[in-house]
Design a protein around this ligand. Structure first.
Ligand code: PSU
Ligand code: MN
Length: 305
């Protein structure tokens, strides 16, 4: 095992599990502070921790609080992340700033991966990954989630990539960066709210054991970096691609009309899609996170052996 980096503060249960080589699952906090409205966000955060515990792993939600990178949070911490307006969205480039200033930061996939790796955690569960934005040919807006996946040894369980992004260019970039993309039980790469995306998944797996074996094979070969585990939303909870497609187009048009870009883009789009769907997208989002928590805990158990 890795000794956790001394700048991190771990909860006792997370520290103990890591010492014992027991399964631990990292969770991000941008999804709480900037991905869902209050109070569904904090209910989701608590529920997902419970799912992971029930499945036999220890949840470690990650955030920066008062300048300290925290791995494992208490109930009050989750409440603060969910309800305070004072929590910045913190990706890799923002980490030094929020730490030095003693601020609060909700970590993205990229920064959660990095802090998880510094703690010695190998499996991370989220909802959706960042990627190459539509129009990135002009805007250069490519999430640091992708570059992080190229360097940091963590498997990230998501429901794929939303079509607020350019899914084809995101998959091409992951190939360039040497990141395995494993779709669970499907030939098609899933697109978050929908099981289909129109893109074939590069690799298919059926079980958590297979994912764990691929993680070992990658790192045993000295191939640095993460893996994308793309777990489709359950069929009964999906919003079919035909229906969500036009809603996403509407949200993108509204974003452009308001001149929103950069780190505000993803939070704005998620919120706007919740508004346009009258909350249906929020319920789908929560359902897919639950499903990922169950599978991610199984991967963590399989990897811990
Ligand atoms: N996609 C979602 N929900 C989210 C995010 C993405 O469906 O909450 C968040 C994640 O934290 C992801 C981040 O890492 O947005 C990507 O932001 P950016 O594109 O600014 O890197
Ligand atoms: Mn961006």
């Amino acid at each position: 095992m890795t000794t956790p980096h001394p700048s991190l503060r771990l909860t006792d249960d997370v520290a103990e599990a890591l010492r014992a080589g027991a399964p631990v699952v990292a969770l991000e906090s941008t999804i709480i502070s900037h991905g869902m409205p209050y109070p569904r966000n904090v209910e989701m955060a608590r529920e997902v921790e419970g799912i992971i515990r029930t499945a036999g792993a220890v949840p470690a939600t990650i955030a920066v609080l008062d300048g300290t990178p925290r791995v494992g949070l208490g109930d009050d911490d989750l409440e603060l992340l969910a309800s305070s307006g004072e929590v910045d969205k913190v990706s890799i480039r923002d980490l030094p700033y929020v730490v030095a200033r003693g601020g609060h930061g909700a970590t993205t996939v990229a920064s959660t991966m990095r802090l998880a790796a510094l703690a010695g955690i190998k499996v991370f569960v989220t909802g959706g990954l960042g990627g190459v934005h539509r129009g990135a040919q002009q805007s250069f807006d490519v999430s640091a989630d992708l570059t992080e996946l190229s360097t940091t040894d963590v498997a990230v369980v998501s429901a794929g990539v939303k079509s607020i992004l350019d899914i084809g260019l995101t998959l091409e970039t992951l190939e360039t960066l040497g990141v395995p993309v494993l779709a669970v039980g499907t030939d098609e790469f899933p697109s978050f709210y929908s099981r289909s995306s129109g893109f074939r998944a590069p690799m298919r797996v059926e079980t958590a054991d297979e994912v764990a074996a691929i993680m070992r094979a990658k790192w045993d070969l000295g191939l640095a970096g993460g893996l994308v585990v793309a777990n489709p939303i359950p069929a009964k909870e999906e919003i079919p691609a035909e229906r969500i497609g036009s809603i996403i187009d509407q949200a993108l048009a509204d974003m452009d009309a308001r001149g929103i870009h950069g780190k505000e883009a993803t939070p704005y789009l998620l919120g706007r899609i919740v508004e346009i769907t009258g909350g249906e997208s929020l319920e789908a989002n929560i359902a897919l996170v639950r499903n990922n928590a169950t599978f991610g805990a199984a991967v963590a158990r399989a990897y811990a052996g």
